[in-house]
Design a protein around this ligand. Structure first.
Ligand SMILES: Nc1ncnc2c1ncn2[C@@H]1O[C@H](COP(=O)(O)OP(=O)(O)OP(=O)(O)O)[C@@H](O)[C@H]1O
Length: 326
């Protein structure tokens, strides 16, 4: 499998994690081929961002990317949103009708988020569209030919849903040309890389870093909200930073991160002592992760941790042998 070129949108998705890298490379192999992509993973792992990057990397990049979240709208509305309708097709319908997401996506990409939550009755209709490549809007007898690239995403295990008759097997085989699974953030080894990339995006004009305590917390936190939660934490921290400050420390983080962690709560840790205890409390897991994600490059690991190279060497040498085996 060829590595994804770094100059396309898929290649630019920050990832030092081998599972994500493999998902990117596999998806890149089917770019511009008539193979539907299915993206699995917990909420907030970046499924929609992955789908958008996939769309932007292909020849359809300048065509529409049309998304529909099947879990976010009621059953009767999904039908009209997806297939469109003629004016007056049902009570409350717009006078001028609606072309529907499938027709809007023609020539581009249709992204069906939370496909596992699509009601069974609509699954039959979607299957027909995918097989026959035509849409019949509600209230119409005319067929509209459609051509689009399909990406679906779900946090459900679709094979289980098929086994429990909540998802049609024939539709499952239609939509999973290639399945990629994005791991939850707690299992990724590039949490600090992601945090730094998000820092750059949140404050492009500033040279900001994370204190070792923050790195340590980030590495230990279970991140139930995944990348969405990390991104939110970074945005909050940047907003709370004083203009002259350049280091994100614990006091800048959202409270729920500190409450669910065994780090000393901020109420008991005044800002000054939080700063001075940074280095002492930096655990070896932070150092190990930083070294692992930089391929053992001490200078890069020190930059990632927001400390100098010499300080990192001192910290590594001071580490008791037993604790290094943790
Ligand atoms: N590769 C990435 N780099 C930086 N930030 C990211 C990345 N992927 C996701 N994010 C951040 O996480 C947020 C959630 O991403 P996204 O909506 O793609 O997740 P999702 O898995 O589709 O979530 P859901 O299942 O809840 O719809 C995004 O708004 C973005 O802020």
């Amino acid at each position: 499998m060829m590595p994804t070129p770094p100059d396309c949108a898929l290649g630019r998705l920050a990832s030092g994690d081998p599972r994500v890298r493999r998902a990117i490379d596999r998806a890149h192999c089917i770019l511009d081929k008539p193979i539907p992509l299915l993206i699995q993973g917990e909420s907030g792992v970046g499924k929609e961002m992955f789908a958008q990057a996939f769309h932007r990397s292909g020849t359809r990049a300048d065509k529409p990317f049309v998304a529909l979240n099947c879990a976010a709208i009621p059953e009767h509305l999904i039908e009209s949103e997806l297939f469109g309708y003629l004016g007056g097709a049902f009570t409350g319908a717009r006078k001028e009708g609606s072309m529907g997401k499938i027709v809007q996506a023609c020539g581009g990409t249709l992204f069906l988020d939370e496909i596992g939550d699509m009601p069974l009755s609509l699954q039959v209709r979607l299957l027909r569209v995918l097989q026959e490549r035509v849409v019949v809007p509600l209230g119409s007898v005319q067929t509209i030919p459609v051509e689009f690239s399909l990406i679906c995403a779900t946090h459900h295990h679709l094979q289980d849903a098929v086994a429990h008759h909540r998802f049609r097997e024939d539709l499952y085989f239609r939509i999973n040309g290639l399945t990629v699974t994005l791991p939850p953030l707690r299992e990724r080894c590039d949490v600090l890389d992601l945090a730094h990339a998000m820092l750059k995006t949140s404050a492009p004009e500033r040279e900001l870093s994370l204190t070792p305590e923050v790195c340590d917390l980030f590495l230990r936190h279970p991140w139930p909200g995944n990348l969405r939660q990390l991104n939110n934490a970074i945005r909050v921290a940047v907003a709370l930073l004083e203009p002259e400050e350049t280091r994100i420390c614990l006091m800048h983080l959202p409270e729920e991160l500190l409450e669910t962690d065994d780090v000393m709560p901020i109420s008991a840790a005044p800002a000054a002592s939080a700063q001075s205890s940074d280095l002492k409390s930096m655990t070896l897991s932070a150092i190990d992760h930083a070294l692992a994600s930089t391929g053992g490059n001490v200078s890069a690991a020190a930059r990632l941790l927001g400390i100098s190279r010499n300080t990192l060497y001192r910290r590594m040498n001071a580490a008791p042998v037993d604790s290094r085996r943790r």
